[in-house]
Design a protein around this ligand. Structure first.
Ligand SMILES: [Zn+2]
Length: 557
């Protein structure tokens, strides 16, 4: 169905609450498998319709933030949807404790049950007041950052608008821009420290309600870590230190030579003297090139892209009244078909939408007929779909970047590899912080400085007071808003690098494995799903060796 043809109607929250409670009771009392199965099908259908209405409303509001109808609907849904939490939990409990669990497990898989266990066992009503305070603290951080006012040559800019200058081809401009942005973080250090200190203490208090000494276990449960714990993640980080940190240092040196400076400083954020490659053509032409690329890549991607274009599933052109940012989502009522939202702005980010967001969307398209539980994938898996698609589509980059396609591929590989040590540093920092909740802000900064030496020994912060004193992490919003989230990107990126190495040897075989992996969804646990399609689980010693060697050989490093 075309997106404009999908009908929106305001959800009746009272009726949904009543219905959900009725179904929870019916499921608990079901005396035959047939009845239980029917109840769950009815619940899924109703839940999907509700989700569809929320999603359609959200997209239409984002597409035109001046549309008064959808603005009012969005406000209403924001206010009302939390009122469903209790009845939903009732249903989840009935499903979790159902005497037909063995039968259900056959159709929804073991992962769904493990996720329910995490949701139910790691929650007590006494945590609610803490959770409300936690939300308020995160909002306070987000506001502080969003409202930053940087004085830039007569203009007042926010932090995101400053990116243009911190990545400028002119070195002096970059240095000055960094002095301004990090100046903001120095000026607000006391408040940023206070917010984070309160968050750490708040989250530790939530963990204590459950009987834990520290927050780590609860943090993992909140991230739906249904398959691995801090020990496995630690092994992964150690492997990164051993193999990817030296590679990132080498790439750093290559970049220094390429941009032609004696020494690289933190403000040398560019990859090429003449700036990073930018895509050629109008937004419409970029979409059309995307069609050509996906038609050539495989029959499945050809079918996918033509469906997307024929059914208005891209809203990617930048407009004044549109919300900023980009995402992929899907509409359950319309066979779970995907939708991609973005704002093209003439940078490399436009191509990321065609590769990365379409990777998410392609996986959603392939699994559109699966049950909700199989489609409920965790982040370290979802990002494999998108990050790997960025590599599978690299062959076609001439379409977008013309004579600078090689530059793009170099930039992309460098970016992917150098990100992983940074992301692991963010993760180890949080383990230290939550295992030692009584650390002072000063001690946290010292811990960060120490980690910088392990993960980015090549980084030179010159005379930047904020970065030299361990203040860099305060700009990483995930550390404040979603604890332990960041490692998902690192785990996914290492798997996408496995595909990168694999496609160097045998593209078709790597692609077949990727399609198989996408189709698996949440049928099985992460560490079981990877080996099924010939991939390594990144939790074992030596797990990155072969990949890193192949990539280094290929890049001549
Ligand atoms: Zn993504």
């Amino acid at each position: 169905m075309k997106f404009s043809e999908i009908k929106y109607e305001r959800p009746d929250y009272e009726a949904i609450n009543k219905e959900t409670l009725r179904l929870a009771k019916a499921l608990a009392e079901a005396d035959s498998w047939e009845t239980a199965k029917k109840v769950h099908e009815e619940y899924s259908k109703k839940y999907n319709h509700f989700e569809s209405m929320l999603t359609v409303c959200h997209i239409r509001h984002d597409i035109d933030t001046t549309d008064a109808f959808y603005e009012a609907e969005q406000d209403y849904n924001d206010e009302m949807s939390p009122t469903l939490a209790e009845s939903n939990l009732e249903y989840q409990k009935a499903f979790y404790h159902s005497k037909f669990r063995p039968e259900f497990e056959k159709i929804v898989g073991p992962v769904a049950y493990k996720n329910l266990e995490l949701a139910i066992e790691y929650f007590k009503p006494e945590m609610v007041p803490y959770m409300q305070e936690e939300n308020a603290l995160v909002t306070r951080y987000e506001k502080l950052i969003a409202q930053a006012k940087i004085d830039w040559e007569g203009e007042t800019l926010n932090l995101s608008l400053m990116t243009k200058y911190t990545t400028s081809p002119d070195r002096e401009t970059r240095k000055k821009a960094f002095a301004k942005t990090t100046g903001f973080f120095m000026d607000n250090r006391a408040e940023l420290d206070e917010i984070y200190d309160k968050l750490v203490k708040n989250r530790t208090a939530q963990a204590k309600v459950l009987g834990f000494d520290t927050y780590t276990k609860l943090g993992y449960a909140k991230m739906n870590r249904n398959d691995y714990g801090p020990e496995e993640v630690k092994t992964f980080r150690e492997e990164v230190k051993k193999t990817l940190v030296p590679l990132a240092t080498k790439l750093h040196e290559e970049r220094r030579k390429r941009i032609g400076v004696d020494h690289l400083y933190y403000y040398d954020t560019i990859s090429f003297k003449n700036g990073n490659p930018t895509p050629e053509g109008t937004p419409e032409e970029i979409l059309e090139k995307g069609r050509k690329m996906y038609e050539e890549l495989s029959p499945e991607t050809g079918e996918f892209i033509n469906f997307m274009l024929a059914n208005e599933r891209f809203d990617v052109l930048g407009r004044k009244t549109k919300r900023a940012g980009g995402y992929m989502t899907s509409i359950p009522d319309d066979e779970n078909t995907p939708f991609v939202f973005a704002n093209f702005n003439g940078t490399v980010g436009d191509v990321d939408v065609i590769t990365h967001e379409c990777g998410h969307a392609f996986q959603g398209y392939l699994t559109r007929h699966d049950c909700n539980e199989y489609r409920d994938i965790t982040m370290e898996t979802a990002e494999i779909h998108s990050m790997s698609m960025e590599f599978f589509t690299e062959k076609w980059m001439e379409l977008f970047f013309g004579s600078r396609a090689d530059d793009y591929r170099m930039y992309h590989l460098e970016d992917a590899i150098c990100f992983i040590p940074y992301g692991c540093m963010v993760d180890e920092f949080q383990h230290i912080v939550y295992e030692n909740p009584d650390m002072t802000p000063e001690e946290r900064r010292m811990a960060w400085v120490k980690l910088e030496k392990e993960y980015r020994p090549h980084m030179d912060y010159g005379d930047n007071e904020c970065y030299l004193t361990g203040g860099l992490w305060q700009r990483q919003s995930h550390i404040y808003s979603v604890p332990f989230y960041y490692i998902d990107y690192c785990l996914a990126q290492t798997v996408s690098l496995q595909y990168k190495a694999w496609m160097e040897e045998n593209f078709d075989e790597a692609w077949a494995s990727y399609v198989e992996f996408c189709k698996q969804g949440a049928r099985d646990f992460y560490s079981k799903s990877l080996p099924k399609v010939g991939l390594n689980v990144p939790f074992k010693e030596g797990c990155l060796d072969k990949t890193v060697k192949t990539i280094m050989d290929k890049a001549g490093l």
